[in-house]
Design a protein around this ligand. Structure first.
Ligand code: APR
Length: 180
């Protein structure tokens, strides 16, 4: 499924983000930038040591990547030139600023993308695995944030993909994009 906005085409794809042929993929990382499982583990294992070393260097330099912020590294052996690592919020019931922090992950990742001349970017469903954010709610935040940036005239990449691993996640994003 896809939707054209004034500045960008949003595409929903079911698959494995490590295979994405885009300028940058986004990693659902943690604030320490220490490798985990899920999409983070898949990206590090497919991208190789160059990504691990770049994350270690950022951690030494600035302590990590606070929740809601993003950093950029090489894509190593991946088809994508860059990986943008963002730390999503852990779901704590919804009254701890989770939606603002999740929106910030998307805004900061897109801003870093534009600063690095990224025209095509692929996101996973940030925070909806280990971090427990309800997928239906997370999909609404993700797509509404992009919609708002588009409407406000903030520059964003011309192709924004969501690469969603399983049926249930894909279906939540289809519903959220249809409702937008
Ligand atoms: N491609 C696309 N999506 C994937 C892939 C993949 N190869 N592997 C997993 N996913 C999906 C999951 O199914 C889920 O829908 O990514 C989504 C996010 O799940 P997590 O990877 O668990 O991310 P998150 O909930 O943000 O938790 C982050 O988990 O791996 C650790 O280091 C990471 O501590 C951090 C935490």
């Amino acid at each position: 499924m896809q939707k054209e906005l004034a500045q960008t085409t949003i595409e929903l794809i079911q698959g494995n983000i490590t295979k994405a042929e885009v300028d940058a993929i986004v990693n659902a990382a943690n604030k320490e930038l220490i490798g985990g499982g899920g999409v983070d583990g898949a990206i590090r294992s497919a991208g190789g040591e160059a990504i691990v070393q770049a994350c270690d260097a950022i951690r030494k330099r600035q302590g990590g990547c606070p929740t809601g912020t993003a950093v950029i590294t090489t894509g190593g052996n991946l088809p994508a030139k860059y990986v943008i690592h963002t730390a999503g919020p852990v779901w704590q019931g919804g009254n701890e600023g989770e939606s603002d922090l999740l929106a910030s992950c998307y805004r900061e990742s897109l801003q870093l993308a534009v600063e690095n001349e990224v025209n095509s970017i692929a996101f996973p469903s940030i925070s909806t695995g280990v971090y427990g954010y309800p997928t239906e709610k997370a999909a609404q935040v993700a797509l509404q944030t992009i919609h708002n940036l588009n409407d406000s005239g903030t520059k964003i990449p011309e192709n924004i993909q969501f690469i969603l691993f399983d049926d249930a996640t894909y279906n939540c994003y289809v519903k959220a994009l249809s409702d937008l």
